[in-house]
Design a protein around this ligand. Sequence first.
Ligand code: GLU
Length: 287
Amino acid sequence: MEKAKKRKIGIISSIILTLLIIFGVVSASALAENNSKHVDTWERVKRLGKIRWGVKADTKLFGLMDTKTGQPEGFDVDIAKALTVQLSKQSGVPMQADFTIVTSNTRIQLLKNANIDGFIATATITPEREKVIDFSNSYFKAGQSILVKKGSGIKSIKDLNNSKSTIIGVVGSNSVINVKKFAPKAKVLALGDYGQAMAALKAGQGQALTTDNGILYGLATENPGYTVVGGTFTSEPYGVAFDNNQPEMVKQTNKALKAIIANGTYNKLIRKWFRGVPGLDWRSLEK
Ligand code: GLU
C-alpha cells in the first residue's frame, strides 16, 4: 500500500477509536448518573442513617400539616415513624424518619427523581403503578366513596351518572379514573389537592367529591355540613411505595410491617386516628 493511503486509513481508524472512546465514556457516565439516583434503596438508607419518606399534608387522618408544629401528622406519618424504628432494629443501623410533602400527583415523580426513598401516602397498589414502582404488602384497606352536601338527595354514585353532574377529585389519584367507570356520563373536575377539591365542593363547582372513604371521613369531620354516602364501590389496598427493582427494601418493609402488627403498634395507631370518627367502622380496620 502506498504511504498516503496507509496514513489515511490510520487517521480514519483513530477518529473511529476516539469516537468509540467518547461514546463509551458518555454512556458510562450516563449509566453512573442513573445508578447514583437509583442505587439500592436499602443500602442508601442505611448509609445515610435516615429514610426520606413522602407523606401527604392535605389529607386529614392520614397526612395533614399541623400548622402549630409545622409537621405533617396522621396515620401514614405514624406508620412511617413506626416502620423507621423497626427498620433500624432490623438493620442494626439507627435511622431517622425524614418527611417530604407529596400530593397524589407528585408522589411517583419524586420517587423516580430520588428526592424521596419511599412514600406512605394513601396510595393504592394498582397493576399500572406496579409497572413503575414497587409496593410492600398492603398495610390498610380503603374503598372509594363520595362526599356530598347534607340534604342533597344524592344517595350513591349512581345518582351522579348524568350529564348535569360534576364530580370533583384530585389529579394523580386513581379515584378520578375509577369514577369514570361508575358514573360515565358525569363530568370530572380534577384539582391539585384535597384542600382545593373540598373548597370547590363548598363553592358548588360539583355535586360530590370522590376519593377513598377514610379520606372523605376526615374531610367530613372538618366540614359538618357534608356527609359520606352510598358505601364503597371499589377496593383500595394501600401500599408503602419504593422505586422499582428494590427487592431488599420491600422485603425489609414487609418484615417491619409484620413486626409492628405483632407488637400492637399498628392497632394502637388505628385507634389513635380512627376511633370516634363518625361513620367510620374503625374496629374493622384493626389487624
Ligand atoms: N388511594 C387512591 C390513590 O392511590 C386515592 C387517594 C389518593 O389520592 O391518594 O390514588
